[in-house]
Design a protein around this ligand. Structure first.
Ligand SMILES: C[S@@+](CC[C@H](N)C(=O)[O-])C[C@H]1O[C@@H](n2cnc3c(N)ncnc32)[C@H](O)[C@@H]1O
Length: 199
């Protein structure tokens, strides 16, 4: 473990079984060290304290880790299509259970019926490893900007195993009309995130 974790977090991941559950219910099949290597750099996109919506949050473990990795306080929010993941996210954040809802990203325009409709940070990662993103994806990303508060950031994750393909997918989205301002590369992996400031 490279990071200096809180005692509460160390306790959370101290049992092998619970750590395994936390990772698999975040759709991750590797070790905690591999998870850390792949995801910790996302915290570099967080430049202030605030609310953070993870679209496709799984069980919320990424949010819980970002609370450890970031230099700022994060109030976690998440949506996921999988109700079981959302149940687990509510368990992980018992004091903020109402911050998680089973919502399909296709219905993101109705998020206000379940959760706030504006956040300081909105994070979304899609799997574009098989097909290059198109105009529909670009429109979706553009629409996510509306969920970002003034002065906030839209963060898009590109998780492919080839950094050149990830970069190509960023370019394809920009050509298709998405606004993706800045790219943060993972110094320890192939994945990257784009960060777009919203005024
Ligand atoms: C790879 S996991 C991402 C977990 C976490 N956000 C991260 O980046 O580490 C993708 C998540 O998206 C969820 N998902 C897939 N399709 C979705 C949809 N249409 N609407 C909302 N969530 C969806 C899956 O259930 C899964 O939990």
């Amino acid at each position: 473990m490279k990071h200096k974790y809180s005692q509460e977090f160390r306790t959370l991941i101290s049992s092998g079984d619970s750590l395994h559950d936390l990772l698999t219910n975040s759709s991750f099949s590797g070790t905690f060290e591999a998870w850390e290597q792949r995801k910790a750099f996302i915290a570099n996109a967080i430049d202030k304290s605030g609310t953070f919506l993870d679209i496709g949050s799984g069980n919320g473990f990424l949010l819980r880790c970002l609370q450890e990795w970031a230099d700022y306080d994060i109030t976690p929010y998440g949506i996921d299509i999988n109700e079981e993941y959302i149940r687990k996210a509510k368990e992980l954040f018992p004091n903020q259970a109402d911050n998680f809802a089973a919502v399909n990203i296709r219905e993101i325009s109705r998020i206000g019926e379940y959760l706030p409709d504006v956040y300081d940070f909105v994070y979304f990662s899609a799997d574009w490893s098989q097909t290059e993103p198109n105009e529909t994806d670009a429109r979706l990303i553009k629409s996510l900007e509306q969920l970002v508060a003034s002065g906030g950031r839209l963060i898009i994750g590109f998780y492919g195993d080839d950094v050149a393909v990830n970069q190509q997918n960023v370019n394809a989205l920009v050509s298709a009309g998405a606004r993706l301002d800045q790219t943060l590369y993972n110094p320890e992996g192939t994945n990257l995130v784009t960060v777009t400031g919203v005024e």
